[in-house]
Design a protein around this ligand. Structure first.
Ligand code: TMP
Length: 213
């Protein structure tokens, strides 16, 4: 089973990973918690380039292909082997992030991105995508506070540095995807406190995993 977490910067999805992992374990299931970009040796190097705040201008297609290269490596080394072994894979961002950031955000052709995904993912699709929805003004403020207090790396702020208008496109893009596939997406109001968000997510997972097993 593949569960993905999505949302704008500062939406708190990464803090929820640990709660989700604990819940999956409690249910007696083996889990693999991973992230994109990253998750593999090559992927972590690609991540360092993609999120480097000193690189201000990168051609949108270069950005797209770096995310897809990271994903190919990740699928081959981590995701597919874990799924084949019957594990629950919980991934902090996945292909929806490319549709939203490089498609809706950078303006690349959505059909081209979908064709790349047909090639790379084949028939793999997340079973469940949890969307941590939040106003970008709040998300960005949270993200920069985390950078300033050291809980988020200052070496990974290339997207945080984008204008508010870009982050608005990202939020709207995610909400559009969620409207297109309501059976796959679960939207949680990430403006609530961490405990309330956790309880809402776990309650949904109880139903979802219980129903699948
Ligand atoms: P994060 O690990 O803090 O979520 O940062 C990853 C950043 O990369 C985030 O700003 C979203 C961006 N991103 C894309 O633009 N496209 C993608 O395909 C993925 C996976 C992430």
């Amino acid at each position: 089973m593949l569960i993905t977490l999505e949302g704008i910067e500062g939406s708190g999805k990464t803090s929820q990973l640990a709660h989700i992992e604990a819940f999956v374990r409690q249910r007696g299931l083996e889990s693999v918690v991973t992230r994109e970009p990253g998750g593999t040796t090559v992927g972590e190097k690609i991540r360092a380039v993609l999120l480097n705040p000193d690189i201000e201008k990168m051609a949108p297609l270069t950005e797209l292909f770096l995310y897809e290269a990271d994903r190919i490596e990740h699928l081959e080394k981590i995701i597919r082997p874990a799924l084949e072994a019957g594990k629950v894979v919980v991934c902090d961002r996945f292909a929806d992030a490319t549709v939203v950031y490089q498609g809706y955000g950078r303006g690349l052709d959505l059909e081209m991105i979908h064709s790349l995904h047909r090639l790379i993912l084949r028939d793999l699709k997340p079973d469940l995508t949890i969307l941590f929805d939040l106003a970008p003004e709040i998300g960005l403020e949270r993200a920069w506070n985390q950078v300033n207090n050291g809980s988020r790396s200052g070496r990974e702020t290339r997207f945080e540095k984008e204008k508010l208008a870009f982050h608005r496109k990202i939020r709207d893009g995610y909400l559009t995807l969620a409207r297109l596939e309501p059976e796959r997406f679960f939207i949680v109001d990430a403006g609530q406190n961490e405990t309330t968000v956790r309880d809402t997510v776990i309650e949904h997972l109880e139903g979802f995993i219980g129903h699948k097993l």
